[in-house]
Write a protein of this length. Structure first.
Length: 592
């Protein structure tokens, strides 16, 4: 088998993140149910299925902006594909699969600054992965200094969200009339011997994209920019009076679509008249693309963030190579695993006889072989909500007694202990099953979690941070899961590695008031404290945490904690907050 090329600008940690994103972030059932609603003309129902909260009504828009704007908006909403939006939204990465935080994405404008259809991503990586669809003047979000809130303009990239333009994806990512770069029309990877070794000219767009991309991967950033005809200034950027940064490492980290960037920016200039754009960098610097003269050649350089106010930031979908193509090139994802609209555009002759084009989702729990005592191999099986092992009740009671007296546990018993404590080593197959379950949780995929539990998954499992399913219930539909988890024996007062109970986690990580009330009704204690983060020794009460995160919706709980448990938590923290209340700009998300 011919080895697959590995794009040099596609770091291995990003490869791993994108594989998990494509498998779990937009599950099969979500795509299918959303499509059913859209075909029935129910755009609001399609949004609800995809965890998109609509914050307006067409009646409100008609009263505020007139019937014509409302009619145009309704037409766009009928063609909005919320699952495709979620597929293309920027991700946090860095080992995570969650959405990039505090982003505002403008989908369409209707003639006025306060008449724009836009959405906002969550404020916390640890919070529910719900997206808000809004109409009005876009804001800058509420991220911390580390999350660098920003606005992405998708009005120039309707193929990322509008069913009428989704077929343009192949052309927008550097493909030709019938194939995407590096692939045949049926989704088969091209033989490396057939890839261009010199400039094929502008007529074969897909081949030219391949040539420029390969030069970038083999010859480095400078070779890629030169092949694309884009000027490159690698002068170190001065961040402050005492500090400057090299430009090349910053450029190397960006998976720039060099082959198509100039073409895309000319389209944007034709619509907006702008000829200067920013590409995401980091806390101190960004990449500036600009024309050397009106309508002239494109050039790029790294600049400090200071002084770039007012310059449009390019949407990631405009400047970045399509992650799906990079993933398909390195392996681990197949064309049939893509979103149906993405697959149909990239691969017009993709065979569909073997089954529908959809993300695969989680696998059913599988049995695992474990080396037990006396070098024997035993089979552990997920059955009826528990991890079964071939040991008698007497053997298990004896092992529990030994553990209670501090004795070492081995073999099957050690695996069971690691599974239900989150500590210790697990066989790789069990680690994968645990990861799949918690990835479904992370993306709010309640149906898949229920399916796994129905298939025998042990609900008493803990993740590597010691969290139970109750600790992460704020990411799911608690009405469907809470009674089931409590019936299975999950402990309301179980603590994770950070010392947090499920109620404390829900309060700190953005859980809803309804879930908080449900946990209180179930008997969760409120006299609990926990560190502010994994590295802190400062313990805060629930009331202090509610204050820190400005959870005004939970004032009732804060008042109850102060009344029933006065003085709980670090007293000096309240004094500090009282002193600097006017300067408090709110907490940061520790997971940014």
């Amino acid at each position: 088998m011919t080895p697959r090329p590995v794009p040099s600008a596609f770091p291995r940690d990003e490869q791993s993140s994108w594989r998990r994103i494509r498998r779990y972030a937009v599950p099969r059932w979500m795509i299918e149910h959303s499509e059913q609603h859209r075909r029935a003309g129910d755009w609001a129902g399609a949004c609800a299925v995809c965890l998109v909260d609509v914050t307006f009504t067409l009646e409100d828009i008609s009263r505020a902006h007139g019937g014509q704007v409302a009619a145009r908006l309704e037409e766009d909403l009928r063609h909005l594909v919320p699952d495709l939006v979620r597929w293309h939204l920027p991700r946090a990465l860095g080992g995570r699969t969650t959405l990039a935080t505090a982003r505002t994405v403008v989908l369409a404008g209707y003639g006025a600054a306060d008449a724009q259809l836009h959405l906002t991503t969550p404020a916390m990586t640890k919070g529910p992965q719900r997206v808000s669809l809004r109409f009005g003047k876009p804001g800058l979000g509420t991220g911390s200094y580390r999350s660098s809130s920003g606005i992405e303009d998708w009005t120039v990239a309707r193929h990322l969200w509008d069913a009428r333009y989704a077929h343009e994806l192949r052309e927008r990512c550097g493909g030709g009339p019938d194939r995407a770069p590096f692939f045949l029309p049926d989704g088969t990877l091209r033989d490396p011997a057939e890839l261009p070794v010199e400039d094929p000219g502008p007529d074969d767009i897909a081949a030219r994209t391949e040539w420029i991309t390969l030069l970038r991967e083999r010859g480095g950033v400078e070779a890629g920019f030169a092949a694309a005809g884009i000027g490159l200034d690698l002068t170190p950027v001065k961040i402050s009076k005492w500090h400057e940064r090299e430009a090349l490492p910053i450029m190397e980290r960006l998976a720039l679509d060099l082959a198509g960037l100039d073409r895309e920016l000319r389209h944007i200039t034709a619509r907006t008249g702008e000829e200067r754009w920013l590409v995401a960098g980091d806390w101190s610097s960004v990449v500036l693309f600009e024309r050397m003269c009106p309508g002239g050649d494109l050039a790029a350089r790294v600049v400090g963030r200071a002084g770039t106010e007012g310059t449009r930031a390019l949407a990631q979908g405009v400047w970045r190579r399509l992650p799906d193509l990079d993933l398909l090139r390195v392996g681990g994802v197949e064309p049939c695993h893509l979103h149906p609209l993405v697959a149909a555009s990239l691969f017009p002759r993709l065979p569909v006889g073997e089954g529908p084009v959809r993300p695969p989702g989680p696998d059913a729990p599988q049995s695992v072989r474990v080396r037990c005592q006396d070098a024997a191999w035993h089979q552990l099986t997920m059955h009826e909500g528990r991890l079964d092992m071939p040991h008698t009740e007497e053997e298990q009671r004896r092992e529990q007694a030994m553990r209670a007296f501090g004795g070492a546990v081995t073999g099957c018993f050690a695996v069971q202990q690691a599974w239900r404590s989150g500590e210790g080593r697990l066989p790789k197959a069990l680690r994968v099953q645990r990861q799949e379950l918690f990835l479904c949780v992370e993306h709010g995929d309640t149906p898949s979690v229920l399916t796994l539990l129905d298939a025998g998954m042990d609900p008493l499992v803990r993740d590597a941070r010691g969290r139970t399913l109750l600790h992460v219930l704020h990411l799911l539909d608690h009405e469907a899961l809470l009674p089931r988890l409590l019936k299975a024996g999950l402990d309301l007062e179980a603590k994770d590695r950070q010392g947090r109970t499920p109620l404390y986690s829900v309060v700190q990580d953005g859980g809803s008031r309804a879930l908080v009330e449900a946990l209180l009704t179930a008997g969760a204690r409120i006299d609990v404290v926990a560190p502010t983060d994994a590295y802190s020794e400062m313990d805060l009460s629930l009331a202090q945490t509610i204050r820190r995160y400005k959870r005004t919706d939970l004032d009732f709980l804060a008042q109850r904690v102060r009344a029933e448990h006065p003085g709980i938590g670090n007293e000096w923290w309240d004094e500090y907050r009282d002193k600097y209340a006017d300067e408090d700009e709110g907490p940061e998300d520790e997971n940014q």
